[in-house]
Design a protein around this ligand. Structure first.
Ligand code: ATP
Length: 371
């Protein structure tokens, strides 16, 4: 989204932000969820999450009565400053606003011209009523977003472009096509800033679930922050097409689609780009110093460029299985033949097949597999 595109710049904006930002963005007034409380046990739920409400009702023998829905603001507050009263700030409820309040900084300090985007990744905080479903909903989570600034006349075109681009991105990293779908927001469901919105959903064990939103935010944000864009004699308020994804949610779904059980053991078939370790290096026997030394040399040289695991415990089969389980795509073993001809075996996680490569071919081999 950033490195390979000339029309997108990266940004790392602040987490604690002045309350005025969130007043202007509309979040102080409208960033709310409807909260209802079970009159029997006082558990609280989002009134719009029918499935969760039904599931809760089944946990009681008696008929459950609910309180009237109350609006509940999701912004998390903090207090800063050395003098009392301290100043209230909000922890960002979406990383998005950082891109808007830095809009002028970016335009003035880089050579971007419309259409262009500002992308970032970072923590966001929401006082969620019902965190849960593993890491699907938490109060502290990581977002990855693009705010793409366009002229109004081009907004629809870019909305379509980013929708298909984001689907392609998830598929290219291993989410199965049949587990993905786009769902368009109904009029009444649109967020306060949105002109159009489509969710990218995953077929999770707990039902189809949003993990990225592609939004046409119109000129809502920049006009609320009173920001314009000037180029060659014209001045206007750009429109914004946003792609807003959750790192935690997509990680959960990448894990689900990678998880395989074969003959009673687990293989995590993560795309090599997502695998925490790209390769593991083993000496065939831990008690042969010449093998250990040779393997350490390979390990030290590869780890300058990528995350590499080391293992010299137990037998080789167990080491393969342990790496399969955490998704390491390649295992490199130094054996007695290595000492004679400088070749090693490279075992592929998904096929369990081994091939023999020269040590000096390893960096090239791995970088091709990982690109
Ligand atoms: P939901 O309806 O599930 O609460 P949302 O529509 O409020 O989500 P957005 O405001 O569009 O979500 O946020 C963009 C993305 O940020 C979401 O698609 C999701 O991946 C991620 N996200 C939002 N809230 C959370 C959370 N509480 N925990 C983990 N990820 C989240």
């Amino acid at each position: 989204m950033v490195k390979y595109r000339d029309d997108v710049v990266g940004l790392d904006a602040a987490i604690m932000m002045n309350t005025k930002v969130w007043e202007a963005s509309g979040h102080v007034d409208a960033f709310t969820d409807p909260l209802v409380e079970c009159k029997i046990c006082h558990s609280r739920f989002r009134a719009d999450k029918e499935e969760e409400i039904k599931a809760h009702e089944k946990t009681h023998k008696e008929k459950v009565e609910w309180t009237e829905p109350k609006s509940f603001n999701l912004l998390v507050e903090a207090y800063l400053g050395v003098a009392e009263p301290k100043q209230k700030v909000y922890l960002r409820g979406e990383i998005t606003q950082g891109a808007f309040v830095n809009f002028e900084n970016v335009v003035n300090s880089t050579r971007v011209k419309i259409p262009f985007g500002i992308a970032q990744i970072g923590k966001a905080f929401r006082n969620e009523i019902t965190p849960g479903n593993f890491t699907y909903r938490s109060r502290e989570f990581e977002q990855m977003e693009l705010e793409f600034f366009v002229e109004e006349k081009d907004a629809d075109k870019w909305f379509k472009f980013w929708k298909s681009e984001r689907l392609r991105w998830y598929e290219s990293l291993g989410i199965k096509k049949e587990n993905l779908r786009m769902r368009s927001h109904e009029k009444g469901e649109l967020a306060h800033y949105a002109k159009a919105a489509e969710d990218i959903e995953y077929n999770a064990p707990f039902g189809w679930s949003e993990f990225e939103g592609v939004h046409n935010r119109g000129d809502w944000d920049l006009s609320r922050h009173k920001l314009t864009y000037k180029e060659e004699g014209k001045e206007f308020t750009p429109w914004v097409i946003e792609t807003s994804g959750g790192v935690d949610r997509s990680t959960l779904f990448f894990l689900l689609d990678s998880y395989h059980e074969e003959n009673g053991r687990v293989i995590l078939k993560l795309h090599p780009k997502l695998a925490p370790y790209k390769a593991a290096v083993f000496p065939l026997l831990a008690n042969k110093p010449e093998l250990v030394e040779k393997a350490k040399g390979i390990y030290d040289s590869l780890k300058k460029d990528m995350m590499v695991a080391w293992d010299d415990r137990g037998n080789i089969g167990k080491r393969y299985f342990a790496q399969d389980e955490i998704g390491t795509p390649f295992c490199i073993t130094v054996d007695f033949q290595t000492l004679e001809d400088n070749t090693v075996t490279v075992r592929n996680r998904d096929t369990a097949k081994q091939e023999r490569l020269k040590i000096q071919e390893l960096p090239d081999f791995l970088s091709k597999k990982l690109s």
